[in-house]
Design a protein around this ligand. Sequence first.
Ligand SMILES: N[C@@H]1[C@@H](O)[C@H](O)[C@@H](COP(=O)(O)O)O[C@@H]1O
Length: 242
Amino acid sequence: MNILTFNSEEKLNEAGAGIIAGIVQTKPQAVLGLATGGTPIGIYKQLVKKFEAGLVSFKDVTTFNLDEYVGIDASHDQSYRYYMEQHLFQHVDVTPERTHVPNGKAADLQAECSRYDEAIAEAGQLDIQLLGLGHNGHIGFNEPAEELVSGTHVVELAEATRLANARFFASEDQVPKQAITMGVGSILKAKMILLVVKGADKADIVQRALQGPVSTDCPASLLQTHPSLTVLVDEAAGSKLV
Ligand SMILES: N[C@@H]1[C@@H](O)[C@H](O)[C@@H](COP(=O)(O)O)O[C@@H]1O
């Protein structure tokens, strides 16, 4: 694993965007696994700048997002589809049909999960999976549990996760109770994983995930087993790494 520590958020974002843009420059038909949350916003901003400067095109790229809330429409301002449109898709030249986010409003959620897995398989292996990190060690919405699910599935969100995400909703009770998420198996199948973590509040969990025991109690710890893991941390998030 390659851990890179940055003393400025700008440099971290630039490094993250540089890695993703580099993949697309060498392989215009790359398959990108994308993430939401507060952490990657700056990376997407830098990618938009690179697109505007003519350095990279997303025209032939296929994207798969990690997760989506159940029960809210794509047009809801807290849906992850909406987030991706706001922060990346509408600012670059992606081909809309090649951008995939699970449909949290599907009538048959199980069928939606299978459809999502089939679409990933059809696109081929993810060239890179971008990941943030939840305070309890979740990746995507794979919450700590005795057993983790490999493929795309429906999850009950942990109370801590709903609380953490309540800041984006009018109140906590409006945070959906379920989500669709790619499984840990799908994440680990990516050729490369780019984990990005910012802030002192994540210092403990990033240490546990990267240097603690590999355990389903901390889903991100499974990333230790991946042959090509790059981690970008700011000094605060990386302060407890030894
Ligand atoms: N499902 C998302 C994750 O994909 C994200 O990585 C994580 C951290 O979010 P943030 O970057 O806002 O701290 O929580 C959310 O619940």
